[in-house]
Write a protein that binds this ligand. Structure first.
Ligand SMILES: Cc1ncc(COP(=O)(O)O)c(C=O)c1O
Length: 435
């Protein structure tokens, strides 16, 4: 941020947005253009985007831009009128789900989708208690802040939410592994259910991201989620899968991340990649739940699912198919993961590499045995990589996991650039010694 114009923009931003609105990097980026997996700043420098999942099919994908402009120049109203785009889109969207999830409601943000899911779950079950992980983020409305155990003060005081430990195989509960580990985490879910009952409250459901993305893209102990959902259902609750980050084919082999598991959700929420940057989000749920809820509680969202938004949504689905992006997530994803594992052999700082299609978590530790989180080093690395023209970020309880989650058209050639920048940054941090 050397130039005066950028400094001036930052000061003006602080004046109108305050000092605490999140901003990436020590030297914030002033971006002016994007195309595919590339971004350009105000000085003409180019950056490889290995972080953003919202531009899912690539920044400014021509098919999406064309669909948006054409419909915006024809008509934009809301869902209280009949329009082909709305019904066409929802038919296409729901066809990507397993049987039993064939009805949808549209919103503008993932937070609104989760808010609606909570209302629907509470209405349909008669319960109030919601179970989440102990490092959860699912959005920013009032009810959703209550389930935001990672960052939200509301989560600390509410009686309606209980958390279980993140189901992590790298830092396992009680040092367990395999089936006993899955069982131990599921037992913690049962403890949350029992605690609700002891306080006289029924359970509405469990709400998790099937990738456990904000928790650090965890390797979930096999069988855990199935066991946990069974316990919740036995207690009268439902399973809400938050696919806001995980969905739309990012995991490669399945369109939805929950499809990796042997359990079908009752409600699925989605957003971010859905409109490739246009505010489009929603809920897909069991028809009986949507019918029962909407019969009693009128749901309308002025900007949710307009003909323009639905034209964009259709273009995103077309681009995923036509550009073979799920296949690319499998092949390029494996290429990136192999490269990250080679770096793990070279750099002591890399404790664990996790991947799911086009999504990678690189957990950094100061000591592989003690698994001491390398939080300061992680932040240093993402800033060094930014200076080298590659954008990634950090996540996790200790903020010591590199989050690599590029737009889906990411190719092996881009991966080589990413891996080279990471290799250099790791070498530099090692040479600087312990931070
Ligand atoms: C898993 C998850 N759910 C929900 C949300 C909220 O989405 P939005 O910012 O569109 O409200 C986020 C945002 O980061 C998220 O990561």
């Amino acid at each position: 941020m050397a130039d005066n114009r950028a400094q001036d923009l930052l000061s003006r931003r602080y004046r109108v947005m305050g000092h605490h609105t999140p901003l990436f990097y020590e030297k914030p980026l002033h971006l002016v253009r994007g195309e595919g997996v590339w971004l350009w700043d105000n000085e003409g420098n180019r950056y490889l985007d290995a972080y953003n999942n919202v531009p899912h099919v690539g920044h400014c994908h021509p098919r999406v831009v064309e669909a948006l402009s054409r419909q915006a120049g024809t008509l934009n109203i809301h869902t209280r009128y009949l329009h082909n785009n709305i019904v066409d889109y929802l038919e296409r969207l729901t066809s990507t789900f397993d049987e039993g999830l064939q009805m949808a409601m549209l919103t503008c943000t993932g937070s609104e989708a989760n808010e609606l899911a909570l209302r629907m779950a509470r209405f349909c079950t008669g319960g109030q208690g919601v179970i989440v992980t102990d490092f959860a983020y699912h959005g920013n409305t009032e009810a959703v802040s209550e389930i935001g155990t990672a960052f939200m003060p509301e989560a600390k005081t509410t009686r309606r939410v209980k958390a279980f430990p993140i189901p992590d195989s790298y830092r396992p509960l009680d040092g367990l592994g395999g089936e006993p580990l899955a069982q131990a985490y599921a037992d913690r879910v049962q403890q949350a259910i029992d605690a609700f009952h002891a306080e006289g409250m029924n359970v509405a459901g469990i709400l998790v991201c099937p990738d456990f993305a904000n928790e650090g893209l965890l390797n979930v102990p096999p069988g855990f989620l199935e066991k946990a959902v069974t316990k919740v259902r036995q207690a009268g609750g439902v399973f809400i899968a938050d696919e806001v980050q995980a969905g739309f084919g990012r995991s490669g082999r399945h369109f939805w991340a929950h499809q990796w598991y042997d359990v079908t959700p009752d409600i699925v929420t989605m957003g971010k990649p859905m409109g490739n940057g246009h505010p489009l989000a929603g809920v897909v749920a069991r028809p009986d739940m949507i019918e029962a809820f909407s019969r009693e509680s009128m749901y309308f969202n002025t900007f949710g699912g307009t003909p323009v938004s639905c034209a964009v949504g259709i273009a995103v689905l077309d681009a995923i198919e036509e550009d073979n992006l799920m296949q690319n997530a499998v092949t390029t994803g494996a290429y990136v993961a192999d490269g990250l594992r080679r770096l793990q052999q070279k750099h002591e700082l890399i404790g664990d590499v996790r991947e799911l299609g086009m999504f990678f978590g690189v957990e950094l530790v100061r000591d592989r045995k003690a698994k001491t989180p390398a939080s300061t080093e992680s932040r240093r690395i993402i800033n060094l990589m930014r200076d080298k023209g590659v954008l990634v970020s950090t996540i996790g309880v200790h903020d010591a996991i590199l989050k690599v989650r590029p737009p889906m058209p990411f190719q092996p050639g881009h991966a080589d650039i990413l891996l080279k920048a990471l290799d250099e940054a790791l070498t530099q941090v090692a040479s600087e010694g312990s931070v």
